[in-house]
Write a protein that binds this ligand. Sequence first.
Ligand code: WQD
Length: 331
Amino acid sequence: MKILVTGGTGYIGSHTAVELIQAGYEVEILDNLYNSKESVLDKIAEITGTRPVFHKVDLLDFPGTLEVLRRGFDAVIHFAGLKAVAESVEKPILYYENNIGGTLNLLKAMRETGCRSLIFSSSATVYGDQGVARLDETMETGRGITNPYGQTKFMIEQILRDVCAADSDFSAVLLRYFNPVGAHASGLLGEDPNGIPNNLMPIVMKVSTGEIPELSVYGDDYPTPDGTCIRDYIHVVDLAKGHLAALAKLQPGCTVYNLGSGRGTSVLEMVKAFEKASGAALPYKIVGRRAGDLAELIAVPDKALSELGWKTELSIDDAMSDTLRFLGKNH
Ligand code: WQD
């Protein structure tokens, strides 16, 4: 099978491209390199022995997107999109235009070229605030989403449901990621965002290299054992493998799966795990809560296990040691 990976030079996209190639898929990558580097292609080649065909294209460029889709693909895995929560609040038009407009162009190009299978990089953020910690796919989405980034993920899920309702031959799988962390065991691929990161682990990485003086822990007065927020951190390689499991079970219609471990880890536990792996103290200070943060968000991962035969296999300790290996090779 020939797969187009949009956003394939990004963090999750590149790890997924590696797993696809190693599983025998033919892979091409489309990316505008807004938040990634073309050199990632060389790392993919070093790991797999295959350098994917690369198209430097922005999905907002419909002619360019259509030209790529005309090469003929069995399925598209769609990662391309802006994903910084804080930035989306400051620049809503940029986020709606890029994430929604880009997806609509991709869908039009797929329709014009007869490609009828899409796996979408969605997010647990679509659950908003359910008032409970453990989230499953039967829960209503779209209420209490606190930022345009999350709204774009919710709206794209709705677009895909409507496309599947209109075209009974179309297959869409919505994968709701919890908190991706870690790096490829080779140390060649990892989270390396352009600019100032928002997420916990990229910030921890920059604190450990001294680029950021200390980690600000956003609140230790939550109703959790150590007072800091709890999240379901999933190793990026497990996450990548979840896409292959979804690909293997493609069927007409729109299906949704949580991709998470089902286990919660607090911010301070993540700090301690990083310190254990690095053998050095990580400087941090407790500061006020971050607006919009919820105390606890953990996946109920049962559906992906029962229907896709997928579950996480790597631990937080694996994620920390893999992250440090990536840091060692790339800093
Ligand atoms: C995790 C925890 C923070 C930074 C977001 C998106 C979600 C998904 C993952 C894309 C929280 C705490 C963080 C820091 C801290 N993104 N923290 N100091 O908010 O759970 O989810 O990223 O799909 O859609 O909403 O992830 O990494 O920002 O925060 O204390 O400097 O770490 O308060 O408790 P989050 P995060």
